[in-house]
Design a protein around this ligand. Sequence first.
Ligand code: PAF
Length: 305
Amino acid sequence: MVQLFHSVSSLRAQVSKSKADGEKIALVPTMGALHEGHLSLMRLAQEKADRVMVSIFVNPTQFGEGEDFEAYPRDLEVDRALLKEVGVDWLYVPTVKEMYPHGFATTVSVAEHLTNRLCGVHRPGHFAGVCTVVAKLLLQSQPDIAIFGEKDYQQLQIIRRMVEDLDVPVQIIGAAIQREEDGLAMSSRNVYLSAEERQLAPLLYRLLQRAASELSPRACHGVLSRGAEAAARTPSFDGVTLLELCQSIERELLESGFDSVDYVEAVDPNSLKPVSELNQPARLLVAAKLGNTRLIDNIALEPIS
Ligand code: PAF
């Protein structure tokens, strides 16, 4: 049975008891609408800890004006059934009032060089909302480890920075992106895609894969096979600079029917600073819109030796 907690005090009492018994605790923070991507984080948590708790909280402060806070998919009963199947121990579902009580006046914000670029340019205030709620979730539940998916790569690096800077006693673990058969990164927002958009969506990953294989063959070990046939149909990036490569991915997305491209950028995997040469490991990040649905994805680039 998955034990349900609504209040900080009840959750903390349980965590303290388990810690006193010598158990290692993992937290997987989520906004619900759970899919296989989330479940893979929970399975990883089970490998690394004795107890796994999952939080479900659709955090209003990380949604901007005109974003999908109201429409964000919510189905607690379906989520609970999935958690039971996976064998998660505890589910923490705080209310908005518990998280942001009357008079709440604190924001945790990480420096602009990390938060006001890439997704931060297009979602002002988003990362302050994320950092504030994640800091609260970590302080409320006091886990030994917390697991976040690499799909939200900028989020993961910002959380790592925040935890290190604030001396939060938790180990942050990043988990590999889970993908549909056709390569589309799993996301709760994929349900927004129309049938036609859904067919087009995997192009995002095919172009990333193609770029990674052109630039750094080693980066594609184990991922080329799944999208190789489709990737072979996309144009070659032979002999171009990183910047030209990013521009060509953007052009290809727009020509293929994506409505807009927020960014295609190669960055340092830790600092998220833009890189123009592949003389060190890098991460290629992309965000693009199909209709009203914003898709993000990324891939590792290994240095050219
Ligand atoms: O990645 C998410 O689902 C959210 O941003 C998180 C980390 C649960 C914070 O609300």
